[in-house]
Design a protein around this ligand. Structure first.
Ligand code: 3SL
Ligand code: MG
Length: 239
């Protein structure tokens, strides 16, 4: 089996996704927040590309208790219920509700994954559960890192490396593309904690400047969540 990693969602458009399971990763912060929302009992998370798409989707879904979440420039969008901080997505705030979400990079990565047979959301938080899904499915994997505005994000690459290392055990027949090999190498070359890595990468520093230091800490947690959100139609739901 193959693991093909795209370092940005834009790069994923050059990959054949049909027949594969796509793993979308935006550690800071979209997939960490989506995983948290589903763990908090959100009925579904609907990733959309723009704030306008989100408002239109809310009009259609409104009667069933939809809330709007996401960010631009890291900050809550005017008129939205929530920003992109995982701390906002509690059982009290999103339990039983549909969350319509738009973020700068992360939610776009789900659109880029649309041709895949199966698409799941991964973060450090649920990495062990995602690894188990990949081993169970036993099919070719496309890891789609969201990246940051078209550029590589080391936080995503770190999570991808940790995930790939969990599935590619000695003696297994996985074949990695260069991006996947790079991610494994980057992950393995870090001697500090996951928080050290996330706090020192460019987007981690940017979030700290914006006052979201606690989010970076939270998103560094490994194996704290068991949920694996999976795309069903246009919605991410509990697997
Ligand atoms: O780019 C994204 O999708 C966001 O997760 C970025 S931020 O962490 O909310 O700034
Ligand atoms: Mg990111």
């Amino acid at each position: 089996m193959n693991v093909d990693l795209s370092a940005t969602w834009q790069e994923a458009s050059r990959v054949t996704l049909r027949g594969r399971i796509a793993v979308v990763i935006d550690v800071l912060r979209a997939t960490s927040t989506i995983v948290t929302a589903i763990q908090s009992g959100a009925r579904e998370v609907i990733p959309v590309e723009t704030p306008e798409d989100a408002r239109l989707a809310a009009q259609k879904t409104g009667a069933y208790g939809a809330v709007l979440g996401g960010e631009r420039g890291g900050l809550k969008i005017e008129g939205f219920d929530f920003g992109n901080s995982p701390y906002e997505y509690t059982p009290h705030s999103v339990g039983g509700k549909a969350v319509i979400m738009t973020t700068t990079n992360g939610t776009r990565a789900f659109a880029a994954a649309r041709e895949a047979d199966i698409t799941v959301a991964a973060a450090l938080l649920n990495i062990g559960s995602v690894a188990n899904v990949l081993l169970h499915e036993g099919r070719d994997v496309a890891v789609i890192c969201a990246g940051t505005e078209g550029r590589v994000s080391l936080d995503d690459l770190y999570c991808a490396g940790a995930l790939i290392e969990r599935i590619v055990t000695p003696g297994s027949d996985w074949v990695l593309n260069d991006g996947a090999k790079l991610a494994v190498h980057w992950y393995g070359s870090n001697t500090g904690t996951s928080f050290d890595v996330l706090a020192s990468c460019a987007h981690g520093r940017r979030l700290a400047e914006l006052g979201f230091h606690r989010d970076v800490e939270y998103c560094s947690g490994m194996d704290t969540v068991t949920e694996v959100p999976v795309l069903k139609g246009r919605s991410l739901v509990s697997r």
